[in-house]
Write a protein that binds this ligand. Structure first.
Ligand code: HEM
Length: 523
């Protein structure tokens, strides 16, 4: 440490992995190494066949023109303020419905017995029921993906969401549901699980340690897949199939609208009910949706800027994987932190109560919730869902500390370690949202303002960061307006995390909810 600073090198097989958590060097490398490793799609898993083609085309992994095309459609639908504002009604709708479903598990307000919630809006349980909020909240984040990206109801919120023929069950927490959204959730979870070392195919260590043997390893994984490999490929195939069906649905609706004389209003595509397995909501696949950005963007664009079918499927696939678990993880860990820090929960509750039943517009979210935003930031400092960024040295890189990263070395830009560096963050292990507010910045703020990077850095920074913050804030507002949230004794403590490419709570986050009684109800 004295000699090289916060940089160290480890060897897996023939290539060194260089782990960097020094803020200045980490930033410098994130800006300099914009291209992902040529082997990025093979770093964490062994993909074969169509799954390999699709992975190579997604914006998280791709480089060069394919990356730029992919990133551009994400930017069009989830970065530009007008697009984001257009998504807010859908996000609000999902938050309100999810909170109504949570009410079924909540205890009656203090002093009232029996029949929680008055049974008026989906409530109706008796005492509080403990549940794994991390598993449950995935139903909300997946519902948002369905509505925002495709204008369809994936059915993750149970029978009330009525997602056509494929919505079968009642719960948002994984119980007896076979909606498209639930299948996607299961497939996405399987895919993430297969990235964890202990669950990965046995071919993975071989491939990581001996890069030259990649073609042989891929051949073996294709022809002699082990159980983990089969499970992983099946999960990815399922997500890809849904993505393809969404694309085909768009094409079919467009063709039908054209045949009827172009009656698909406002650039959107409105279909009929659940045709194709998707029930449309909020006017169907709207002109502000992600699918519209991809498909409309192909029309009239120069050849080199048009997304191919595989690229459309790849970005749809990525939206599901990137948009679902990360935000669910952040929400679950934020609720865990609030439940273990009652004074912070009280302050957040006061702030969301002041918002009242007002519609959660972009202005309200940006201006009226500074403490809620600080809580989310502090939660992501302590628990960044993606703890590191992976890059590859395309040439020998002088790290400026006497160390050289040789060409082909993996660079692990270790954001989580940077977030816990005591030279940068006073009391790094403590949950102090005030760090991110003017009142606490001097005492607890970072010595280096660039040392907070849960969404990454530079040109490859997360394109969904604004959407993720909106989705998280909308739910926190409606949830804390309505419930007191407590940790259930069933929660194993200290919290255990499991790490792969993402970092999530190993045992879930077990909560109980109590109706606040006087709480404001969203319209
Ligand atoms: C709390 C929620 C989220 C977190 C913590 C998060 C984190 C990240 C991080 C750290 C990266 C950069 C990876 C790198 O540089 O290697 C990234 C990239 C990306 N994220 Fe997110 N993300 C979140 C939500 C979302 C959502 C909701 C979407 C959906 C639109 C999304 C889409 C993407 C995409 C497309 C990229 C690739 C960007 C590129 O390489 O140009 N993310 N995310």
């Amino acid at each position: 440490m004295e000699k090289y600073g916060r940089v160290y090198k480890i060897w897996f097989g023939v290539n060194p992995w260089i782990v960097i958590s020094d803020p200045a060097l980490l930033r410098k490398l994130a800006h300099r190494c914009v291209g992902k490793p040529a082997s990025m799609s093979e770093y964490g898993h062994v993909l074969t066949g169509a799954n390999y083609e699709i992975e190579q085309a997604n914006a998280f992994v791709a480089s060069g023109a394919v990356w730029r095309r992919g990133r551009r459609v994400f930017e069009a639908s989830v970065i530009h303020p007008a697009s984001l504002a257009a998504h807010l009604p859908a996000i609000n709708r999902c938050a309100n419905r999810f909170v109504a479903r949570l009410a079924q598990r909540a205890a009656a307000p203090a002093g009232q017995s029996g029949g929680a919630n008055g049974g008026t809006d989906g409530g109706g349980g008796g005492g509080a029921e403990e549940f794994d909020f991390f598993a449950a909240v995935g139903g909300y984040t997946m519902a948002v993906v369905g509505e925002v990206a495709y204008g369809v109801d994936f059915g993750t919120m149970g029978e009330d969401s009525g997602s056509g023929s494929e919505a079968a069950g009642p719960a948002a927490d994984g119980a007896a549901v076979s909606s498209i959204g639930q299948q996607l959730q299961d497939a996405a979870m399987t895919s993430f699980r297969c990235l964890q070392v202990e669950n990965a195919t046995k071919y993975l260590p071989l491939r990581v340690m001996f890069p030259a043997a990649r073609p042989l390893v891929r051949w073996l994984a294709t022809h002699l897949p082990d159980r983990a490999q089969r499970e992983h490929m099946a999960a990815r195939t399922q997500i890809a199939q849904v993505s393809r069906r969404l694309m085909e649905r768009w094409q079919a609706n467009k063709a039908a609208a054209a045949a009827e004389g172009g009656g698909a209003g406002a650039g959107g595509v409105s279909g009929e009910g659940d045709k194709g397995g998707f029930k449309e909501v909020g006017g169907g696949i709207s002109s502000s949706s992600f699918m519209a950005a991809m498909m409309e963007g192909r029309r009239g664009a120069p050849q080199e800027e048009r997304l191919s079918d595989v690229e459309v499927i790849a970005q749809s696939f990525l939206f599901v994987l990137a948009g679902f678990e990360t935000t669910a993880d952040t929400l679950a860990l934020t609720c865990y932190l609030l439940a273990t820090h009652p004074e912070a929960a009280a302050r957040l509750t006061a702030e969301v109560d002041a918002v009242g039943g007002r519609e959660l517009t972009a202005e309200v979210l940006a201006e009226s919730l500074p403490y809620t935003e600080a809580v989310l930031k502090e939660s992501m400092r302590l628990y960044p869902p993606l703890p590191y960024l992976l890059r590859e040295a395309r040439e020998d890189l002088d790290l400026g500390n006497g160390m050289v990263a040789p060409k082909d070395a993996y660079l692990i830009l270790y954001v989580h370690s940077m977030h816990l560096n005591p030279d940068v963050w006073p009391h790094p292990e403590r949950f102090l949202p005030e760090r991110f507010l003017p009142e606490g910045a001097a005492a607890f703020g970072p010595a280096d303002p660039g040392a907070w990077a849960p969404f990454g850095i530079g040109a490859r920074m997360c394109v969904g960061h604004k959407l993720a913050m909106m989705v998280a804030k909308c739910l926190l507002v409606r949830m804390y307006q309505r419930f007191s949230v407590a940790l259930h004794p069933r929660q194993p403590l200290p919290l255990r995390m499991k790490a792969g490419l993402s970092r999530v709570p190993l045992d879930g986050v077990w909560l109980t909810l109590t109706e606040r009684g006087s709480a404001l109800r969203a319209a």
